[in-house]
Design a protein around this ligand. Structure first.
Ligand code: FAD
Length: 448
């Protein structure tokens, strides 16, 4: 089936408001992740309503994993024993304007937090492509948005409250705990149950979003830095066909000195005349407002609107982080694979992220560019293709997204994450017997 037919088949369905995640939680079917490509290995799911319930549940179980909003594509959140949900622990605990901080329960999603923050006059520095994800799940996997000056979402964390394997409550803060804090934030669920998260906030701001169509690849080659630095957040979408970037999404802050000059052409790309979906065949109804219409930060930074299906729905995703200095070479390396990639691809996205100091962040001590793939949901085909892409990106020491599909070996991961041994040591302090480990962690982290 070609891409156009495949997308048309479910495009109409996906244009409707989202209902499937709620149904999935309520149905008698086996519990699956958001995309439906992964059935969790147990249906023993306990929902905690308080810190005390989390503590007593953790004390009782030999092995468990916490489930966020189930948006990972691999088995990082899976358990063969027990799953714990903090979904109903979703309140703002404290808003402290003087400290530029908000503390929330770990079950809260960005979609719940952001309008509340904005109504009180505050904002976060960045968001992922979708607001539907839990804050704890997002920071645990180093989830990111775009913008060369913006760190990933975990860089906004200034403190964490964790329930460790003994049921003890541990608080870690950026100010007090130095390296232990930097190791625990992108914790892959290995440190314990995050029960509260404190995030940096700033005064609220307005944004405008512009989309340009058909950016020639030669312009990317020759002007990559100028393109990436043109606005607060820049995303390039491509299907790797015809030597062009099909859509450039530019998110600009409406502030003096920051505003993007929205001319009719952008490095040869033409200003779109209507709202677009990154997958051009799908309805833009699910997407945040474009065409330069001003709106609050949380309705422009994500590509997809809360209450609607993000992305395509029935899909797979992979993403690789490449050190910024190799961005163009890496993009061209993937472009050379276009004939192998395209039959299985819905869309690719290229984003820039600032460096950080979080041990298992793919941007640890290096600014990155990410090359993302939204695949048709055909795992046998994608599984064959990923090693081909990974081989091409290996010279750049590309790091895979922790929450998406990859085939790199544990030895390769070890060679590109110099803080992995420290991470293992730190997690043993909070979880000496591996209560929070699962197959994903045992294979990719603890086998090294
Ligand atoms: C449509 C779509 C678009 C996406 N867009 C982006 C994007 O723009 N940028 C990006 O970087 N990623 C993106 N992702 C990936 C996604 O952001 C990550 O996979 C993220 O981790 C999802 O959060 P979650 O709560 O659903 O996590 P889950 O899949 O539920 O869990 C992820 C990990 O976090 C752990 N965890 C969750 N809650 C806790 C807790 N309270 N305590 C301890 N551990 C916990 C789990 O055990 C697991 O290890 C996208 C995914 C989808 C489906």
């Amino acid at each position: 089936m070609n891409k156009r037919t495949f997308i048309r088949l479910f495009g109409a369905l996906m244009a409707s408001p989202v209902i499937s995640p709620l149904l999935a939680w309520a149905s008698k079917d086996k519990l699956k992740n958001w995309a439906g490509n992964l059935e969790y290995s147990t249906d023993r799911l306990y929902s905690a309503n308080s810190l005390e319930q989390v503590q007593s549940y953790v004390k009782k179980q030999g092995h468990l994993k916490v489930l966020g909003t189930r948006h990972c594509f691999n088995n990082i959140a899976d358990s063969t024993h027990h799953l714990l949900s903090l979904k109903s622990m979703d309140e703002v605990v404290a808003l402290e304007p003087e400290a530029h901080a908000v503390t929330v329960d770990a079950g809260m999603t960005y979609g719940q937090l952001c309008p509340l923050l904005h109504s009180k006059g505050f904002a976060l520095h960045n968001l992922a492509s979708l607001p539907h994800i839990s804050i704890a799940g997002a920071i645990s996997t180093a989830t990111h948005g775009s913008g060369e000056k913006n760190g990933n979402l975990a860089t906004a964390v200034s403190a964490l409250e964790l329930v460790t394997a003994t049921g003890e409550v541990v608080k870690l803060s950026r100010q007090r705990d130095g390296e232990a804090f930097l190791g625990a934030v992108v914790g892959l669920g290995a440190m314990g149950v995050i029960t509260k998260v404190t995030l940096d906030i700033q005064p609220t701001y307005m944004m405008r979003q512009y989309v340009y169509e058909n950016l020639p690849l030669t312009e990317v080659k020759d002007h990559f830095d100028a393109i990436e630095s043109s606005a607060y957040s820049v995303s390039l979408f491509t299907d790797w066909q015809d030597q062009r970037i099909s859509e450039v999404w530019i998110k600009s802050r409406v502030e003096q000195g920051q505003a993007f000059d929205a001319t009719a052409e952008f490095f040869g790309a033409k200003h779109a005349t209507r709202n677009l979906h990154p997958i051009a065949e799908l309805s833009a109804e699910n997407c945040t407002e474009q065409m330069g219409v001003p709106g609050p930060w949380y309705e422009r930074l994500p590509h997809f609107r809360m209450g609607f299906t993000p992305s395509a729905g029935r899909e797979l995703q992979s993403e690789y982080f490449v050190p910024r200095q190799h961005a163009v070479e890496a993009i061209l390396a993937v472009e050379r694979l276009r004939d192998q990639v395209s039959p299985h691809l819905m869309i690719s996205e290229i984003r820039a992220i600032a460096a950080d100091k979080l041990w298992l962040s793919p941007c640890y001590e290096q600014p990155c560019v990410t090359i993302h793939f939204t695949w048709k949901q055909d795992w046998p085909a994608v599984r064959k293709l990923l090693p081909v892409i990974e081989k091409e990106l290996a010279p750049f020491k590309a790091r895979p997204h922790w929450g998406k599909l990859f085939t790199m070996s544990p030895a390769e991961l070890k060679s590109i994450y110099k803080k992995l041994p420290d991470f293992i040591q730190l997690s043993k302090k909070y979880d000496p017997d591996g209560k929070f480990r699962n197959e994903f962690l045992n294979t990719n982290v603890f086998s090294s």
